[in-house]
Design a protein around this ligand. Structure first.
Ligand code: HSE
Length: 291
């Protein structure tokens, strides 16, 4: 069997709604694949009880169909579903990279981003490539209608996942349909600033560039304890904090010496609200790996 790991990811980073993404070092999904006459899926690990094993309803199964690579696919989930940390994308990314290797296709990693995004779309209806891109390519990624760019960056992150559930469908339903021109202009400036920050490995610029006033406030309202956690993380040294993907996880950018304090401050803030949470301290990491 071939073993592939693919990391959790965070999409949007505030100003890059449906565009920006970053790979984490951890948590990871571990996916094993072997050739078979028809595709079957077995899922274990974190939140596996919520993940369908029918191939047409599982992102990895849809990827196998898209690639025409039938396989026995065994998924060990490290990324909790419905977390805002790219759980279904990690399985799709690992499957795409693993099945392509297993069947010796000549797809590039960029091709596999598009194919893994089809898996996400078929399963969730409204998925985008902004999680599968970093999970496959690693680093900081920019997804456009007809392309994807990626760049390595060395930046400390802290993700905080409260034990609450936010449905991605609801997190998209609350978004405004129209955007004020002034907000759009500010957002272009922030997104550009964030991109320069990634090139310079500069947490201050990245944090400033994460500011966003259209999507983030609408989604923050769905996450109990969000404002308190942001305030606590900022006081502990986070240079920017935002909703990770569709939530409920939060993503903080910080300096490496402050990761522990930022994580602890967010846990305390959620605990004060009676909400359990856990944190992941990570650097921006690599994409899917074959072992
Ligand atoms: N960009 C997507 C969103 C990520 O924010 O809804 C979750 O699929």
């Amino acid at each position: 069997m071939l073993t592939v790991t693919a990391p959790a990811t965070s999409a949007n980073l505030g100003s890059g709604f449906d565009v920006f993404g970053v790979a984490f070092d951890r948590p990871l999904d571990v996916v094993r694949v072997e050739r078979a006459a028809e595709t079957t899926i077995e899922v274990s690990g974190v939140g596996s009880q919520y993940i369908p094993e029918e191939p047409e309803r599982n992102t990895a199964g849809v990827v196998a169909a898209e690639l025409d690579t039938p396989a026995r696919i065994i998924i060990d989930k490290g990324v909790r579903p419905a977390s805002g940390l790219g759980s279904s994308a990690a399985s799709a990314a690992a499957a795409a990279v693993g099945l392509s290797e297993l069947y010796e296709t000549d797809h590039t990693r960029e091709d596999l981003v598009r194919i893994a995004a089809e898996g996400e779309k078929a399963v969730s209806g409204s998925a985008h490539a902004d999680n599968v891109a970093p999970s496959i390519l690693g680093g900081f990624t920019v997804v456009r209608e007809n392309g994807v760019e990626s760049v390595d960056a060395t930046v400390p992150l802290v993700a905080c996942l409260p034990e609450t559930v936010v449905s991605t469908r609801e997190a998209r339903r609350v978004l405004p349909e129209r955007v004020d021109l002034g907000d759009m202009s500010k957002n272009v400036g922030n997104a550009a600033t964030l991109t320069i920050g990634m090139h310079r490995d500069d947490p201050e610029l990245i944090g400033q560039g994460m500011a966003e006033s259209v999507v983030t406030p609408a989604r923050a309202a769905l996450i109990d304890g969000y404002e308190e956690a942001v305030d606590a993380a900022t006081a502990a040294g986070a240079t920017g904090v935002t909703v990770s993907g569709a939530g409920p996880a939060l993503l903080a950018v910080t300096h490496s010496g402050d990761q522990r304090a930022v994580g602890a401050s967010m846990l305390d803030a959620f605990e004060d609200q009676g909400i359990e949470a856990r944190t992941f301290s990570t650097m921006i990491g690599s994409g899917a790996k074959i072992h």
